[in-house]
Write a protein that binds this ligand. Sequence first.
Ligand code: GLU
Ligand code: MG
Length: 428
Amino acid sequence: MSELAFVATCDLVAMVRGRALPRSALLSGGIGVGWVPADLALTAFGGIAEPNPFGALGDLRLVPDISTEVLLPPAAAGGDPLHLFLATQTSLDGTPWECDPRATLQGAIAKLESTSGLSVMASFEHEFTLCGIDGSALVRSPFGLGALRSAEPFGTQLLAALSVAGYEIENWLPEYGAGQFEITLKPVGALMAADRAIILREIVRDVARANSLRASFAPLPSTSSVSNGVHVHLSLWRDGLPVTYQPGADGDISPIAANAFAGILEHAESLLVWTAPSQTSFLRLKPHRWSSGSICIAKQNREALLRICPVVGFGRGDPAQSFNVEYRAADATANPWLVLAGIIQAMVDGLERKCVLPKVLFGEVEGFGRQLPASLNEAIAAFKLDSAAASWFAPNLVATHLGIRAAESEAMVGLNDDEKCARYSSVY
Ligand code: GLU
Ligand code: MG
């Protein structure tokens, strides 16, 4: 049988969806596969959010970026590997569709480059819960060797699959929560980082499935569990050189990077609509969860929205090359292309308006910085007042996103927080 390819987009609820065809036909055709605008309005729970701007009308193509191809290991013993390609949704003449999330990120990257000559290197750090180890009991042994070993051969197979995909691993570790693990990749250019975040989640899920386990990236498996975060590491570069680090400046952040990070803080509430978009995301974004408890920038503090990561004062590395700031308020219900699109657009705004970075916090966040919105609805209300942030996304993309959020909110009516967590855990 000829090798199979799956051509996919990642949608507004961060699901990877597309169509399969023989790989040879895909590569020889050059026109991708057909797609439908209203697919963008799919909710996490399967149905299409109504109303949406598209209805039953229109046709698109899913045109793969050949450079994103990865070979997914067989999903079950005896199965075949699958070639996965990420795609841009285009109109029938091949131009990117205005609502396409990947094209939206490409637009943001191009705007940053054209307005400032800067580019972003990024890395998505993922936490997830592995269900089914040792029967159904979750192992709780924070950072323990035993927890790492209990996940074998899943761990070894995951690292092998990532390495086949060409992804450079930074860390693989048993995390703090029961059954919780973390995988981090080395930073790469922004588009590739988001592509890899999307594919990494699928590889993790696939390898888990093949081991009769289930990997869940839900932001909060239950109200009593440790949360699964997605932290986005960011650094700015110009002409191939790092420009984020300036030892001696406040937080060691260079003036130009300070403007960019100030833009993120100014638009923080609006960004949350894209980085923490589920009905359970804001249950995670509370103090004492080491997720994000205050809109501020802090040195090394794990409760700040922006955390300045440490540089190491020994060894051979150049601190300027590794210096980065992480955005901690994302989770895996968010589309990585749109997470970075929003973040980069906020950086562009901060650079253009020379926004002033608030004082860097050294210490606890209590009483420092702005409070995060208490709920997604509060964040949406702030986004609606932020005309700059609204302009970063096509109007129909915004309308569809908000429609999905309203539909998901309606689907949760009458559920308590634990029931909501269980609902999201069943699909993420
Ligand atoms: N689990 C925390 C979160 O939800 C992150 C813990 C850490 O790695 O600092 O973001
Ligand atoms: Mg972690």
